[in-house]
Design a protein around this ligand. Structure first.
Ligand code: NAP
Length: 255
C-alpha cells in the first residue's frame, strides 16, 4: 500500500478515513490544526489497525503550513500516493445571508477552499514527478465536499459557496491531471455524526426522523471512509472528476 496525507485527520471524518486506510496497510500523514492530543490518538489507532502514521501540524489556510505539510509527509513517506482534502470548518456563527459579515466569509473560504486548492497544487506537482506505480497510476486526490455544494442553506452561505467551489476544483484538477495518470474524486457527505454537527444534533435527529434522507439514520465517519478506501484501492480506474454521494440518499429528488 502507499502513503496518504489526510488533512484534518485528528477528529471526525478525517480520523475515520485515516484509520480505515491504516486497516488497508497504508502509511498515513495525519494532519491537524491544533489538537495534538486528538492527532496522537489517531496515529495510535492507525497503527493498531495495521498501518503506520505520523502527526503533522499545519493550518491548511496558510501557505507556509501547506508547504511544510507536503514536505514533511513526503520526507517521511518517500512519495505521496493519495491526498485526501478533508479538513474543514463550519461558520463560527450561523448568520442569515443578509447579516453575515466578511470576516467569517474570508476565514471559511481560506480554510475550506483556498487551503485544499493550493495544497492540491503542491502535492500534484510532486505526484507528476513520480514514476508510475504497479497499477499505472501516479497518485489520486479525494476532495471531501458536502451536500452543501448544491443545497442552499441561507444561514451559512459562506460554507455552501466554499463547498460548491470544491466541486469545480475537482473538475479542474481531474481534467488537468488525467494526462499524468492522476485521478481526482469528490465525495459529498450528508449529515455525519462528528463534532461539527454536535451543536445541531437535536435539529438533525428530528429532520432525519421526519424523512430528510431515504436511509433514515445519521451517517458515520466510517461511511465516508469506506468510499475513500474504494478509491484508494484503485477500484475506479476509468473514472475521474466523479462525485460520490455518501448521504443516505439525500440528493434524490422525489415527487
Ligand atoms: P470536525 O469533526 O469538526 O473535524 C475537523 C477536522 O479538521 C479536525 O481534525 C481539525 O483539526 C481539522 N481542521 C480544522 N481546521 C483546520 C485547518 N485550518 N487546517 C488543518 N486542519 C484543520 O469536522 P468533520 O465533521 O469531521 O468534517 C470533516 C470534513 O467533512 C469537512 O470538510 C466538512 O466540511 C465535511 N463535511 C462534514 C459533514 C458533517 O455532517 N460532519 C457533512 C458534509 C461534509 P483539530 O482537531 O486540530 O482542530
Amino acid at each position: 500500500m502507499g502513503v496518504a496525507i489526510v488533512t484534518g485527520a485528528s477528529r471526525g471524518i478525517g480520523r475515520g478515513i485515516a484509520v480505515a486506510l491504516g486497516a488497508e496497510g497504508w502509511r498515513v500523514a495525519v494532519n491537524y490544526a491544533g489538537n495534538l492530543a486528538a492527532a496522537g490518538e489517531c496515529v495510535e489507532l492507525v497503527k493498531r489497525a495495521g498501518g503506520d502514521a505520523i502527526a503533522i501540524q499545519g493550518d491548511i489556510s496558510q501557505c507556509d503550513d501547506r508547504a511544510r505539510i507536503d514536505a514533511q509527509a513526503a520526507h517521511w513517506g518517500g512519495r505521496i500516493d493519495l491526498l485526501v482534502n478533508n479538513a474543514g470548518i463550519a461558520p463560527a456563527v450561523r448568520a442569515d445571508l443578509l447579516d453575515a459579515d466578511e470576516s467569517s466569509f474570508d476565514r471559511l473560504l481560506a480554510v475550506n477552499l483556498k487551503g485544499p486548492y493550493f495544497l492540491s497544487q503542491l502535492v500534484a506537482r510532486r505526484m507528476i514527478a513520480h514514476p508510475l506505480d504497479a497499477a499505472g497510476s501516479r497518485g489520486q486526490i479525494v476532495n471531501i465536499s458536502s451536500i452543501s455544494a448544491y443545497a442552499a442553506s441561507t444561514d451559512r452561505g459562506d460554507y455552501c459557496i466554499a463547498k460548491a467551489g470544491i466541486g469545480m476544483m475537482t473538475s479542474l484538477y481531474a481534467t488537468r491531471l488525467a494526462e499524468h495518470q492522476i485521478r481526482v474524486y469528490e465525495i459529498r457527505p450528508g449529515v455525519i455524526a462528528t463534532d461539527m454537527t454536535g451543536a445541531v444534533r437535536s435539529k438533525y435527529d428530528a429532520l432525519i426522523g421526519a424523512g430528510l434522507t431515504p436511509i433514515r439514520r445519521w451517517g458515520q465517519p466510517e461511511d465516508v471512509a469506506r468510499a475513500v478506501v474504494a478509491i484508494a484501492r484503485g477500484d475506479l480506474p476509468f473514472s475521474t472528476g466523479e462525485v460520490i454521494n455518501v448521504d443516505g440518499g439525500f440528493h434524490l429528488r422525489t415527487l
